[in-house]
Design a protein around this ligand. Structure first.
Ligand code: ZN
Ligand code: ZN
Length: 564
């Protein structure tokens, strides 16, 4: 449990209270307490008594104490009993806050999105005080968007679906083995559905168990070898294809349905040139069907090394030397993470211990800088305080190099948030754009240039600011950025957060850039995002020597010391 969990709890209670039209003073007591904890620089383990904090009264303190001790909150449990789930789902409508939802519920009796839509169509919503015609239209449109199944889902959601299904597949008897296939196995940024290959000798009863899972909403097709269903989670729905295969055909079927299309075309060409034929059932050679013990065996049959699913993209992966391409095991440190000093959930010490658990040789603490007020950015005084803390704890952790750093804002006009006098005191400086995304390409490139040309800035974080399936990011001229990076020896980041994956695999492929891959962790669990980052590097066919956090402990120390 972290401070973030407590803040979330208090905010969730406040939201549920608003939805159930609770006394506004009570609601605001929870919001104030959440804000007080957010402002407090200490980690949870360092806080002994919440009631001593300004803004936290006895009632809220009891709620926190119960939650810290038991991991539960009886107040929230009670509220969840009384507030309909569909009202909570309405919070996903960008136009509606909890107060308005409570009003719609009370005045019009709406409990579902469909019901609310009907009231909008009938013009009843705009009749209520505080809801104009325009609001009614906006709500109506937002409901339509929410209720139509999107064509594709971003990788973060796809991997959530994947885990839900895998947890069930683990439980079903009669499944000998299974794997994800399709674009999700290749960590594609957007996918439209999920594919699984299941090895079983009893497809009938496995299919029966699958269609009875609570989240299966629809059975689209059910045959002997294939089952197609629609699953629902939250408000999302997605199609899932499950193929049942025998042990003999398992690996070629898995390969076949993993794709990509271009990769499969290439494999068929290679087979054809040898007078062979590839199919999901195996490799046909002189009228005989060859099957394989693993995908590695399948590739080596064609004198190819194992090509990881993430690399199976354009077909060019069969022509290059893949043995030098980065793997997760090559990553020796994480160079971008946050602590409670800014908007992270853990103390410096907790992040250090989490990085040690990951087996890293080095790490850099890079909290936000002063201009990023929404993230509680550090001014010079607090940054100094953090530098001192890091220096003090270093001797306790000889197994890892802990560097001081910052993720410094590149301001609107291209100036930087800290002076060079401050920057020279830090081991490592990241620069990033977090504001004024709407600027012209010239203005954005001016800002990126000014950061790259600064002698202390070693890397640019999430260089485009895009969010997958969300915002497009600001206007970047990639050709110029790549040149700038090389001219100034400023490294570009592949941000491993699955919402970002920025730079993307298509930008880094064949770019010749020096890169770094980092999780930008705001929580110890986020350190696990590295898997998405290395998948992106693999899709870009990036070799180990192009990624600075594959350097050995000594080489990295040297690289930091040497400067630009
Ligand atoms: Zn950032
Ligand atoms: Zn960050």
């Amino acid at each position: 449990m972290t401070k973030k969990d407590i803040i979330n709890l208090l905010e969730t209670i406040a939201t549920y209270m608003e939805l159930s039209l609770e006394n506004p003073f009570k609601v605001s007591a929870y919001r104030k307490a959440a804000a007080a904890i957010e402002r407090d620089p200490r980690a949870l383990s360092e806080i002994e008594d919440f009631s001593e904090m300004k803004g936290i009264g006895k009632g809220v303190n009891d709620v926190i104490t119960e939650y810290v001790e038991t991991g539960r909150s009886s107040i929230l449990d009670d509220l969840k009993e009384t507030v309909p789930v569909s009202l909570v789902q309405m919070l996903k409508l960008p136009t509606l806050g909890p107060k308005k939802i409570a009003k719609l519920h009370k005045e019009l009796g709406v409990v579902t999105l469909e019901g609310l839509k009907a009231e909008c169509v009938a013009g009843n919503v705009s009749e209520l005080s505080g809801f104009g015609k325009k609001t009614e239209d906006n709500i109506s449109k937002a409901i339509d968007e929410l209720l139509t199944r999107p064509e594709t889902y971003p990788i973060e959601k796809i991997q959530t679906f994947r885990k839900i299904i895998e947890a069930s597949l683990d439980e079903i008897t009669g499944i000998d083995r299974y794997d994800i296939a399709g674009s999700a196995r290749r960590y594609k940024e957007m996918s439209k559905d999920l594919d699984f290959i299941v090895q079983t000798t009893d497809a009938h009863s496995v299919a029966e168990a699958l269609v009875n899972l609570p989240f299966v909403k629809d059975v689209v097709a059910r045959g002997e070898r294939k089952l197609s269903v629609v699953i629902a989670h939250d408000l999302d729905q997605i199609g899932v294809d499950i193929r049942f295969v025998t042990a003999e055909a398992y690996h070629t079927t898995l390969h076949h349905f993993t794709g990509s299309k271009e990769h499969n075309v290439k494999m068929r060409q290679i087979a054809k040139s040898r007078g062979e034929k590839v199919s999901e059932y195996g490799v046909e050679k002189e009228g005989e069907l060859l099957t394989f013990e693993s995908e590695s065996d399948f590739f080596s049959h064609f004198d190819l090394p194992y090509i990881a699913p993430t690399m199976r993209e354009t077909g060019e992966e069969t022509d290059i030397e893949v043995s030098d391409i980065v793997t997760l095991d090559d990553i020796r440190g994480d160079l971008h993470m946050h602590t409670v000093y800014s908007d992270g959930a853990h103390s410096v010490r907790e992040m250090v211990e989490a990085c040690i658990d990951k087996g890293y040789d080095y790490m850099i603490i890079t909290d936000h800088s002063k201009s990023l007020r929404v993230a509680n950015g550090l001014d010079e005084d607090r940054l100094w305080q953090q530098i001192e803390e890091i220096k003090k704890i270093r001797p306790e952790y000889p197994g890892i190099d802990i560097y001081t750093g910052t993720e410094m804002d590149i301001l609107k006009d291209g100036s930087l948030d800290f002076s060079e006098d401050m920057l020279k005191e830090l081991d490592y400086v990241i620069a990033a754009i977090h504001s004024s995304f709407q600027q012209t390409e010239d203005e954005i490139m001016h800002r990126l240039r000014s950061a790259c040309e600064n002698p202390y800035v070693r890397h640019i974080a999430h260089p485009t600011g895009r969010l997958i399936g969300g915002r497009a990011g600001y206007a970047v001229d990639f050709e110029k950025l790549i040149q700038m990076s090389k001219d100034t020896r400023t490294v570009m980041e592949v941000n491993a957060n699955p919402r970002r994956l920025d730079l993307s695999s298509s930008v880094i492929r064949n770019s010749g850039l020096m890169l770094t891959v980092n999780t930008d962790a705001h929580h110890t669990q986020h350190l696990e995002f590295m898997e998405y980052g290395t998948a992106t590097l693999q899709k870009g066919l990036i070799e180990k020597h192009q990624v600075i956090n594959t350097f050995s402990r000594e080489d990295f120390r040297e690289w930091v010391k040497k400067g630009k």
